[in-house]
Design a protein around this ligand. Structure first.
Ligand SMILES: [Zn+2]
Length: 525
């Protein structure tokens, strides 16, 4: 395949921009000027029409397993009325086999006109043949239809359980609202998603990612059931994506399996199970991030340490000896110190020259911890959109002093470390152009907010590298991925706009016109 007449950012060491690529057997065979290509006959030619081309974008921190699970469940957050929710449930039902459960969450009648609790009647009209169960935003009530009541054997004769209420109308018939412990009446009948449902959701999530320009992710904490799904899709030849997997350390069965099995590669490198993910602390939004000093807006609270430093050290040694990379979530400054200390001790006991240990988030750092990443060879893996999502309230939690080490991309880059870029989807959108925009602007996508700590911005070249070459390095895949150079995999995106030259505010709207994986077109815009 010949791709020509483009503005192709190869992101090779010298940052060459070329107009032509030749792809052979899924790999780049040539990157250069059209005039230097020998006569090409009998090959497919794609006229890029002057468009910008980047290596396939990589998200260094995403959760495909959770994205698929969220997709299987209807999200009613911010939907404006009972009728509108019912209408959307009806749309969903039309695409599902009769009898398949439809589940959802996050409805809140306080946001609707009239503020009335919903009833089964609206859901019965929309989806009479599918049991429907929708959990209220606070988890304390479930709204169901008649099919779900029947499946649970709930009728006028059902007694209220202790601590729960089956809401009833004037004639004593259940209205379709199960409150508190009454929700458990459904527990034994509401099925977990089937393999087929989960596989379909994963496949749909992959299609969405490809449509945003992602050709690869690093999944930070996958469990056995998700890996089984990826394996089934690969066996069916239906996994047009790359996933570098860190197995979930908090799932004992998953780590037990891989501790015995060792790293694993599936489907010619489409899935590489090569890392272990650990969690050192919680998150800033819920004040679970572990801080050296108390939260400014919660005196006395210094957050939560989830895995002690000795355990991080022990698992780093154990996983490293088996050939696994280790990636540890650390948000608060105390958690970051704890993880860097643990890595330092582990490396002193068992030195490894090219360990590429990672700190996921590295969100709040003390001044003295910033240079330790470079010194120890530890890679920070950061999510630029967390900065723009948190900027409204992070100062209240942290105060001005600590804020200087928060989301401190420039401070880290200045020490000479690359930053692996990601989104933490589904916490944020998987769209990598949202992340690139946040990294170069430190400003939300909408509104006219001033830039937040503009001295910490990345350049566009750095932001693009943090979604390509630096991520390939962070997963030990730089021989195959990250740049468009002869010998590497032909994973690339042809873009609607040039991310290097378009106006800053247009960056989030960039869409691929084409996405290629292993030289095959996997998305067409
Ligand atoms: Zn995460």
């Amino acid at each position: 395949m010949l791709l020509t007449n483009g503005r192709i950012y190869t992101l090779d060491g010298g940052g060459a921009v070329v107009d032509t690529l030749v792809v052979r057997e899924g790999r780049i065979a040539f990157a250069g000027r059209r005039g230097d290509v020998n006569a090409v006959t009998g090959e497919e030619t794609i006229d890029l029409q002057g468009r910008a081309v980047l290596p396939g974008l990589v998200d260094a921190h995403g959760h495909l397993m959770y994205l698929a699970r969220a997709r299987l469940s209807f999200d009613a957050r911010d939907v404006a009325s009972e009728d509108e929710i019912a209408r959307r449930i009806g749309e969903r039902a039309a695409t599902r086999p009769r009898g398949e459960w439809i589940t959802g969450r996050n409805w809140d009648q306080n946001l609707w006109p009239g503020r009335q609790f919903p009833t089964r009647a609206s859901l019965d009209r929309a989806a009479p043949d599918h049991p429907v169960a929708l959990v209220r935003i606070d988890g304390h009530a479930t709204w169901v239809n008649s099919a779900a009541l029947a499946a649970g054997g709930i009728d006028r004769a059902t007694r209220d359980p202790a601590g729960g209420i089956v809401a009833r109308d004037a004639r004593g018939e259940p209205t379709g609202l199960l409150i508190d412990t009454a929700q458990r009446l459904l527990q034994n009948v509401e099925p977990r998603p089937s393999d087929a449902q989960f596989d379909r959701a994963v496949r749909e999530c992959i299609a969405d990612c490809l449509a945003m320009g992602l050709t690869a992710i690093h999944e930070m904490g996958a469990e056995l059931y998700a890996l089984a799904s990826y394996r089934r899709l690969i066996e069916r030849g239906d996994f047009p994506f790359r996933n570098y997997v860190a197995v979930a350390g908090r799932s004992a069965s998953t780590w037990d399996h891989y501790r015995q099995h060792g790293p694993e590669t599936l489907g010619d490198g489409r899935v590489v199970i090569g890392a272990l993910k650990l969690l050192a602390d919680g998150a800033l939004g819920s004040r679970g991030a572990a801080l050296h000093d108390a939260y400014c807006d919660d005196p006395g609270n210094t957050g939560l340490v989830l895995v002690p430093g000795e355990e991080v050290e022990r698992l780093t040694l154990e996983a490293g000896a088996l050939g696994f990379q280790v990636c540890v979530h650390a948000i608060g400054d105390r958690a970051n110190t704890l993880v860097l200390d643990a890595f330092e001790r582990a490396l002193a006991r068992a030195p490894r020259p090219d360990h590429r240990l990672r700190v996921e988030h590295a969100q709040i750092l003390t001044e003295s911890d910033v240079p330790r990443f470079r010194r120890l060879g530890v890679l920070p893996s950061m999510q630029a959109t967390h900065c723009t999502s948190d900027m409204a309230w992070a100062a209240e939690r942290l105060g001005p002093e600590r804020l200087r080490g928060a989301y401190a991309w420039r401070s880290l880059l200045a020490t000479g470390v690359p930053i692996a870029g990601g989104s933490d989807f589904p916490v944020e959108s998987p769209n990598p152009f949202h992340g690139i925009h946040a990294a170069v602007t430190r400003r939300p996508r909408t509104g006219q907010d001033p830039q937040w700590q503009p001295e910490q911005r990345m350049t566009r070249a750095e932001a693009v590298r943090s979604f390509t070459t630096w991520n390939a390095y962070a997963s030990r895949q730089e021989a195959d991925l990250g740049s468009l150079e002869p010998g590497k995999r032909a994973d690339l995106v042809v873009l609607s706009d040039d991310v290097f030259t378009c106006p800053e505010e247009r960056i989030p709207d960039i869409r691929p016109a084409l996405t290629l994986l292993d030289g095959e077109i996997v998305f067409r815009g």
